[in-house]
Design a protein around this ligand. Structure first.
Ligand SMILES: C[S@@+](CC[C@H](N)C(=O)[O-])C[C@H]1O[C@@H](n2cnc3c(N)ncnc32)[C@H](O)[C@@H]1O
Length: 456
């Protein structure tokens, strides 16, 4: 009964103690029950000792699959039994000890021990299974419910063959000498992360808040077009700005010409270059529209309070803003025409009869160096007692009183003056009669500063 071949041959091999244990002959065993029992116990103890020294159960690594593999390599056919036999040594002994005295010499005793040994083997197998099951549960807590439900997921390979994608959990303290064949949860996550990174590496960068680009389609060809558009828009904008600056320069030049020479020269200028008149007026309009109040509007307001029957002569009318603002009949004179109502002429000589108009207006138009000619012409066409209205840029006046005195010598008296406006002065004169001075008399008060515009 002690010659159970598997147990007798496998145990020493598994324990590595074959040469140490001497097996007594069966006959002697039957005769000497006490010694057999002792031998049996000795064998069991030796097996147990060997088992403990080689595979200490307290070490976590001893339960590892690698160790199992190692054992299988050492004894491919008997490995499972060998591990079981180790347990036999422990559990069988304990069970036997519980069931009866350790050193009974009777045959029943031996039989009982044999049964105990078989039972121990069964117990050992079930214990081993239970241990593996616990180990698996420890590695895969997510699937613990499945384990509880009886789904067999035992063993580390469950992660490979399982339907779930959840990685196995590795206990924090466990250190495996070899790289694990299954991935830990952390390793699995890192691998997934690396895969995603690798994918995203070759994707075009996405703007936050925008939908991700599906593929390089026609949409990707849009930016060059928009770039071209923006380039053309910038070029057009640049051209417009350059043209504006050129116009500004031309306006300043023309403006200076009008103030620095006699009206005859200005007349020639615009006759030779009609476009220059447009340039000048564009520049003038861009300037006065920034003013808080345009003097022409102030004059028009005053005239609207007077009888509409009064005949008005507008010297240097420009775009006929005054004529458009009042109901009075208005003779419009200028060096060039921006409106059909304009009579093109030098205002030093207007095509009007003497004493034919009630109101003569000079709104920012005393530009030439021959201002006296303009004022004498107004005196000629004005009716006696007629109204002379003058508006000029305030900065042009060196001394307002000398100006007023000079105008008075030309057959006018000052009626009202308004010096309150920040940009221009307003004067009202009444015709008193013909000029009181001869043609060669000097009227220095009529010399006004040119109104020059700064480059902006
Ligand atoms: C600054 S603009 C003012 C235009 C208009 N009076 C206004 O206030 O809107 C001066 C105008 O007087 C005109 N002018 C200057 N000298 C002139 C002259 N000798 N004969 C006719 N018009 C003249 C210019 O051509 C210009 O249109």
């Amino acid at each position: 009964m002690f010659e159970e071949p598997e147990w007798a041959s496998a145990a020493p091999v598994a324990a590595g103690l074959g040469p140490v244990i001497s097996r007594p002959p069966p006959a002697a065993a039957l005769q000497n029950k006490g010694s057999k029992c002792r031998q049996l116990l000795a064998t069991l103890q030796a097996l147990e000792a060997a088992s403990l020294s080689q595979h200490p159960p307290s070490l976590p690594s001893s339960d590892s699959e690698e160790d199992e593999e190692e054992r299988k390599k050492k004894c491919p056919q008997k490995a499972s039994f060998a591990s079981a036999s180790v347990e036999v040594g422990k559990k069988g002994k304990k069970k036997c000890e519980k069931q009866g005295p350790p050193c009974s010499d009777s045959e029943e005793e031996v039989e009982r021990k044999k049964k105990c040994h078989k039972q121990a083997l069964v117990d050992s197998d079930s214990a081993e299974k239970e241990k593996r099951k616990r180990k698996c549960q420890k590695h895969a807590p997510i699937n613990s419910a499945q384990h509880r439900d009886g789904v067999d997921q035992t063993g580390p390979k469950a992660w490979k063959g399982g339907t779930t994608n959840d990685p196995p959990k590795q206990s924090p303290g466990s250190i495996s000498p070899k790289p694990p064949r299954t991935l830990s949860r952390k390793q699995w996550r890192n691998r997934q992360k690396n895969k995603r990174r690798h994918k995203n590496k070759f994707r075009p960068p996405q703007v936050p808040g925008q939908a991700p680009a599906e593929a390089p389609t026609e949409k990707t060809e849009v930016p060059p077009v928009s770039r071209t558009d923006s380039h053309e828009a910038r070029a057009a904008d640049l051209r417009a700005r350059m043209a504006q600056r050129l116009d500004g320069a031309r306006f300043r030049y023309l403006n200076e010409q009008l103030y620095s020479g006699p009206s005859s020269a200005a007349q020639r200028l615009f006759q030779e270059d009609p476009e220059a008149f447009l340039v000048y007026h564009r520049g003038f309009q861009s300037q006065v529209k920034k003013w808080p109040l345009q003097p022409v509007d102030s004059i028009a307001r005053d005239l609207r309070q007077r009888p509409a029957s009064l005949v008005v002569a507008d010297f240097g009318c420009g775009d006929c803003r005054l004529a458009s603002s009042i109901r009075n009949p208005v003779h419009c004179f200028d060096l060039a025409s921006l409106d059909p109502r304009v009579t093109v002429c030098d205002m030093a000589q207007v095509p009007l009869e003497d004493e034919s108009v009630d109101v003569a207006v000079f709104c920012l138009s005393l530009m030439g160096t021959n201002i006296r000619d303009f004022l004498e012409e107004a005196n000629r066409v004005l009716k006696p007692g007629g109204l002379l209205k003058v508006a000029e840029v305030s900065s042009r006046f060196e001394d307002v009183r000398t100006f007023l005195r000079a105008v008075t010598k030309l057959g006018f008296k000052i009626v009202s003056k308004d010096l309150t406006n920040s940009h221009f002065f307003l004067f009202d004169f009444q015709k008193t009669g013909p000029p009181q001075v001869g043609p060669k008399a000097q009227l220095s008060g009529l010399k006004l500063h040119p109104c020059l515009y700064k480059r902006r």
